[in-house]
Design a protein around this ligand. Structure first.
Ligand code: NOJ
Length: 486
């Protein structure tokens, strides 16, 4: 990979064209605008590097009860009064507009589109009967992507557990390991020959710990012991699906996507704050990645829970080796760092408090350098695995606006994205094995009840029409040349 300043790039171009007998004076006629551009640095990525964007089934498809789809825990959650202001019954109507959406992806030059399969669309009860119409939807979408030269990247599970399985205990019922593997197998049979990138779960910390402890998202439980049990079952299900993928003979890459709680101590000189930040990171990232790469849960986190009197999940013989089934890459979602302060044991169970600010982070709380640091940390810890940024993007709910020419101005998203792609570039320069950057999101989506705008494509709430944002056009250029330039 080569980093060239715009000035050196021009010099090289002069040399090449002079060598080819083209008058080099062409370059002496450059305008001052080009001179200005010449002072900008370009960051060139390898040709094989994948740039793309992603979505999640529940957040964009709509058609929640159409063509035989079963209910998911998110349908149930958003239909219960008081949980969320909106539901995603229609969402972006992607179930009907998928062709138009793929055409927009093509305009964006996406190398790859990451989407999730709605488990209850394919298996309305979560097990047993297959809903052929649901499966056909994903086949059509996949083929349309491939016909347009866009690599499909499938997430098997992005939080929408079939409600029928939730009624049997959902992720707290160990039988889900087999239910999930059966569902995964159906997908491998249907699309394993065509889809080059797969992940089992999206952000297991969120649907296990957050979904079962804080009561703020489906399934809305408030019970940490159950939450810890669901983490173990989710990891077992992941391992079993990885093994099923290998057994299916499919030749693509299989991984998992983790959310990343990358924590900064509130006071960088305070030992207790540093320890607190590490503990939270370990309870969030390493709780999932250590079992996968090292075959063990982080001991200190396990002890912290056990010492707090929490009944821990039972680990049966063979569990850890199943979880450790080798994966091809690690997907990471990164939005920004958190700030953590040590507190006493009243802050059960971790003894920490999250702060909304630290003076050097500014009001937006971003610090893209921290993405580079995190990638280096994870790369070192697991001996340089292949990694992809499976999500990163700016939540611009308040800042995107339609200008007088019907253009969507979202300059902050551009700046945010520039800085984070640059952070990935810096990690690569330092030897980290990064193969993809997938922006979140392709289109303004449900955002789990908030409709916060995060897309490269604007969705008109009134009529569901799509307009590519200015950040989208900018990103399309980056992808075209595999070159980061503002
Ligand atoms: C992570 C989740 O995977 C995705 O569903 C969500 O919309 C984004 N974060 C942005 O909040």
């Amino acid at each position: 990979m080569e980093k060239v300043s715009r000035r050196n790039f021009m010099k090289k171009a002069v040399a090449v064209s002079a060598g080819a007998g083209i008058a080099s004076t062409v370059f002496s006629q450059k305008s001052s605008a080009e001179e200005k551009e010449a002072s900008q640095e370009k960051f060139i990525f390898p040709k094989s590097f994948i740039f793309g964007a992603g979505t999640a089934a529940y957040q964009i498809e709509g058609a929640w009860n159409v063509d035989g789809k079963g209910e998911s825990i998110w349908d149930r959650w958003t239909h219960m009064q008081g949980n969320t202001k909106y539901n995603a019954d229609v969402a972006c109507d992607h179930y009907n507009r998928w062709k138009e959406d793929v055409a927009i992806m093509k305009q964006l030059n996406l190398d790859c589109y990451r989407f999730s399969i709605s488990w209850p669309r394919v298996m309305p009860d979560g097990k047993g009967k297959i809903n052929q119409k649901g499966l056909d939807f994903y086949k059509k979408l996949t083929d349309e992507l491939l016909n347009n030269g866009i690599k499909p990247a499938i997430t098997l599970f992005h939080w929408d557990t079939p409600q029928k399985l939730q009624d049997l205990g959902g992720w707290a019922n160990r039988d889900i390991v087999d239910w999930f593997a059966d569902y995964a197998n159906i997908m491998f049979k249907a699309l394993g020959d065509r889809v080059p990138i797969w992940t089992t779960h999206n952000e297991p910390w969120v649907f296990t710990i957050a979904g079962h402890t804080y009561g703020k998202q489906a399934p809305g439980l408030k019970d940490l012991p159950t939450a810890l049990l669901t983490t173990h079952n989710a990891l077992l299900a992941h391992g079993k699906a990885v093994q099923a993928y290998r057994a299916s003979g499919s030749k693509g890459k299989m991984g998992i996507t983790l959310s990343t709680s990358w924590n900064l101590p509130s006071d960088e000189k305070n030992e207790n704050d540093i320890k607190a930040a590490n503990l939270i990171r370990r309870s969030h990232i390493e709780w999932f990645s250590d079992p996968i790469y090292k075959g063990a849960y982080p001991e200190d986190v396990w002890k912290k829970y056990a010492d707090a009197g929490i009944p821990m999940p039972e680990i049966k013989p063979g569990d850890m080796s199943l979880i450790q089934s080798p994966i091809d890459f690690l997907g990471l979602n990164f939005y920004g760092p958190n700030v953590v302060k040590h507190e006493d044991d009243n802050y059960w169970p971790y003894g920490v408090r999250f702060l909304n600010e630290r003076s050097d982070l500014g009001s937006n709380m971003w610090k893209a350098d921290e993405l580079t640091r995190m990638l280096l940390f994870i790369s070192d810890r697991y001996n340089k695995p292949e990694m992809m940024i499976t999500e990163n993007g700016y939540n611009g709910a308040d800042t995107d606006f339609v200008d007088r020419n019907n253009k969507i101005q979202d300059v902050i998203r551009k700046e945010y994205t520039y800085q984070h792609i640059k952070a990935v570039y810096d990690a690569i320069q330092q030897g980290v094995n990064m193969s993809a950057y997938l922006h979140w999101s392709f289109i303004d989506n449900f955002e789990w009840g908030t409709w916060s705008r995060m897309g490269l494509v604007y969705r008109d709430y009134a009529n569901n029409n799509r307009i590519i944002k200015e950040s989208g056009y900018w990103y399309a250029n980056i992808i075209k040349d595999k070159c980061l330039l503002f």
